[in-house]
Design a protein around this ligand. Structure first.
Ligand code: SF4
Ligand code: SF4
Length: 69
């Protein structure tokens, strides 16, 4: 893995932009609800993250942090 992401589930509003724009299709909408009642995005551990940070840039809620390994 070249990168990894952390999603702040309480900031996430489940808009799915990160899911749509991740070039590796590495993010999915989970079946977990946050305290505001939104289904939250989560990284699919079976996928590869390149650390490109597209998801972090596109997220309107600034909910994603990217770490490059
Ligand atoms: S950093 Fe890039 S590859 Fe990794 S989850 Fe975000 S958009 Fe996908
Ligand atoms: S772009 Fe941000 S708010 Fe939208 S689903 Fe992804 S993490 Fe959640």
């Amino acid at each position: 893995m070249k990168g990894s992401i952390y999603i702040d589930r309480e900031r996430c509003k489940g808009c799915m932009l990160c899911i749509e724009f991740c070039p590796k299709k590495g993010i999915v909408l989970s079946e977990e609800l946050n305290l505001k009642g939104y289904f939250v995005a989560a990284f699919d551990m079976g996928k590869e993250c390149t650390g490109c940070a597209t998801c972090a840039v596109i997220c309107p809620e600034v909910a994603i942090e990217v770490e490059k390994n």
